[in-house]
Design a protein around this ligand. Sequence first.
Ligand code: 1HN
Length: 379
Amino acid sequence: MTDTSPFTVVAKEGPDQPPVTPELEDLYRGFEKALLVPLWTEIGGLMPHQPASKATPHLWEWTTLVELAGKAGELVPVGRGGERRAIALANPSLGGRPYATPTLWAAIQYLMPGEDAPEHRHTQNAFRFVVEGEGVWTVVERDPVPMRRGDFLPQAGMHWHAHHNAASTPMAWIDGLDIPFQYEVESQFFDFGRDTISEAEHATPDRSRAERLWGHPGIAPVSQLGSLPGSPLLAYRWVDTDAALVDQLDLEREGFPGVVEPGHALVRFTNPTNGGDVLPTIRTQFHRVTPGTQTAPRRETGSSVYQVFDGSGRVTVGDHAWSVTRGDLFVVPSWQPFSVVSQASASDSDSGALDLFQFSDAPILERLNLFKSTVEDHS
Ligand code: 1HN
């Protein structure tokens, strides 16, 4: 490397490469000095024949996350500055950054009884998903939204939000955000809101105002109509998600279409104003795989994070395979084949099946015409 260049131009091996003469070396040092990189030299995987993700398939066990988050609950207060007691999954091959995948942030967040996480807003799109517990209210645009097991709570960019634990026990949940994506494209804005939410917002109505307006299947409030980039419905309740999955599998048994493949029900959380994804950058879906079913290996461009909501099974991502159980989180990097075998039994899960919550960056790729998926035949 020369004094002025932060990189080295390295000759590639190969029959079509020029002989490495002192003149060629001089030329390459000249490129370095002028901050230029010729395409015929060693530039490393810039245009692979197919996606070669930097991210590694990886599993984080829920028991470990909850144990460490609980200790953080005792030692680390929540307040201005830190803003959230959120502990991010750091993919082992993304340089120690708090990135689950190159585009997605995933974290366990933890609030002690009575605690408040202060109000703020940001361009990052976010959601919460609850695998266990209840008692926390997320307050979005001053609308208190209760969070309970199985609930999915989207919150599009630039909505004011705070959290409050109204229960006498700690509560954990997961957060998904498009932080790595927005960091990469440098689109972030962030504002502090009120340090404490009002008494009224500490109140604990059973349903949010958003659900009272938007939470009726196939029915929209006329005064509020018009396509919004993020869903105005702030909670998708477990009772509805579960019923949709039960019905798909019942219809399969009755010989009607619905399931995505035999023994595998799949639903997507959608924006009631336009039927699209709930968030501009994040797709969220819920899978139910019946006991004994093995899903066909699927590849997709873009990356996903999954959380096991219920049941147990074996997950294969590329050349990694893990046994998984309730709460475990794992990453499926771009174009890595992914399949699961449901090994759940009636005794270890509510539905008797393997239930998986999934979030991905598919809306970004779809909008840019870069989304591709293939399913391998495994029969
Ligand atoms: C955030 O606002 C939340 O509101 C969670 O719960 C995680 C990570 C980075 C930046 C903002 C939340 C976050 C976050």
